[in-house]
Design a protein around this ligand. Structure first.
Ligand code: URA
Length: 439
């Protein structure tokens, strides 16, 4: 192991200087290789968050992260597409998108993340299925993409290990909401695996790291220019995260919701966004018209073929595929399920979605310290969306908790996040804009 002294690099960033590509690489390799501990790395991340990174530094960080592991070229017989979200609350789009795109004749090779800050993580959700592994080797990833059509895997010793290390540390040190750090994290995972198209879901709103759509557009543009500079095609949608996208904010309960959407039994914004991305993939890679692509994606949810792909993916990754038929026969359940009954009437006007995500973290659905285990069974179901009418006495959701005290505390937090007003309001759009990048 090459031992480096990280302090001059931290000091340069602290003092607002630009780092060279060699300094960035030395830092990333040093931390990933264990040459120095978490404390200096956390100081470095905070300096990056506070002082920013210019385009050349962002590219150098991304490159160093990609080069911390192998780069993968899959020999897929079908067009390969990847999709990534910058993080939100009740954002289970990937879990639906991957099998849906596979059912439509595309292949999806996806490196995902864990819960980050107040947002949920695809890997944590998937791992709530007993036995399911996300630590796939490159060979396993390649085989599964060819046989099943989709695989969702974690960063590993051979696949972007730098992101695995830095991601967990950012989660524990409040250093997530930085455009260059998010862009490098997301894009290092996308650039390490060669695909024909990268689809980015860049979230904007109270439940996103980017609170305004202007910030989200900047993040989207940063990610797209990294893709273009790498010679890769990418499209980014800036989408609404001013409220939870789906109804489930946890882990096992998100899998139950995924199964309902994939089986065509649940409509709403989560389904609509998954269809939007799958259709975009089909349009770009197979030349389908927009209407034809949307119709095919809707049909694959309604006829069970997307759910079938999900069962195959779960089985290939060691999980119990019966979860797709009878989720609660397989998934862990919380001992306390407390109904959320409305004590007010009116219309849902606004949701403090980040605080809602934090309420789920406080129940145990996310991490507070690096490496903490999560509790897959706990979480929050919340049904109303902005604009919906709410009546007093109406059942609007459930809290799944380990104890009565935790459930009561979560219930109080949830009510603090909801604004109910007397007048109806327009629901926010699902997609604000699409941006494109061609090499
Ligand atoms: N998703 C990632 O992979 N990284 C981030 O930093 C945020 C969302």
């Amino acid at each position: 192991m090459t031992v480096i002294d990280p302090r001059p690099i931290i000091a340069a960033k602290r003092d607002g200087q630009s780092l060279s590509a060699d300094e960035m690489k030395a830092f990333v390799d040093g931390y990933t290789g264990g040459s120095f501990a978490d404390a200096p790395a956390a100081a470095f991340l905070m300096a990056c968050l506070l002082n920013g990174l210019d385009d050349a530094e962002t590219l150098a960080l991304t490159r160093a992260m990609v080069e911390s592991g192998d780069t993968v070229h899959l020999a897929s017989t079908r067009p390969l597409v990847d999709k990534h979200s910058t993080g939100g609350v009740a954002d289970g789009v990937t879990l639906i998108f991957a099998p849906l795109a596979a059912a439509l004749g595309l292949s999806v090779a996806k490196l995902s993340g864990r819960g980050l800050g107040h947002t949920g993580g695809t890997l944590d959700k998937l791992e709530s299925i007993p036995g399911l592994r996300t630590d796939l080797s490159v060979e396993e990833l390649a085989r599964q993409v060819e046989t099943v059509g989709c695989a969702v895997a974690a960063q590993s010793d051979s696949l972007v290990p730098a992101d695995r290390a830095l991601y967990a540390l950012r989660d524990a040190t409040a250093t997530v909401p930085s455009i260059p750090l998010i862009a490098a994290s997301v894009m290092s995972k996308k650039l390490a695996v060669a695909t024909d198209l990268i689809l980015l879901d860049v979230k904007a709103g109270s439940g996103a790291f980017m609170k305004s759509s202007a910030q989200a557009v900047e993040l989207a543009q940063t990610c797209l220019s990294l893709a273009v500079g790498w010679g890769r095609s990418a499209l980014a949608a800036v989408t609404d995260m001013s409220q939870p996208l789906g109804d489930a904010i946890g882990n096992a309960i998100d899998i139950a919701e995924t199964v309902e959407v994939l089986g065509g039994r649940r409509g709403g914004r989560l389904r609509d966004l998954a269809v939007t991305f799958a259709a975009r993939g089909l349009e770009s890679l197979n030349g389908a018209s927009h209407d034809e692509a949307v119709a095919r994606a809707e049909a694959a949810l309604d006829d069970g073929s997307a759910l079938e792909r999900f069962a195959l993916m779960i089985q290939a990754q060691g999980g119990d595929p019966r979860v797709t038929q009878d989720p609660w026969a397989v998934l862990p359940r919380a001992p306390i399920v407390r109904p959320l009954v409305s004590d007010r009437a009116g219309f849902l006007v606004a949701v403090a979605a980040e605080d809602l995500g934090l309420a789920a973290v406080a129940l145990g659905a996310g991490r507070i310290r690096k490496g903490d285990p999560i509790d897959p069974a706990v979480g929050i179901w919340l049904r109303p969306k902005i604009g919906d009418p709410i009546e007093a006495g109406m059942l609007i959701g459930e809290v799944h908790a380990r104890s009565d005290a935790a459930a009561l505390e979560a219930e109080a937090s949830i009510w603090r996040t909801l604004t109910v007003g007397p007048e109806p309001v327009e629901p926010p759009p699902l997609v604000y804009t699409w941006l494109g990048g061609q090499p």
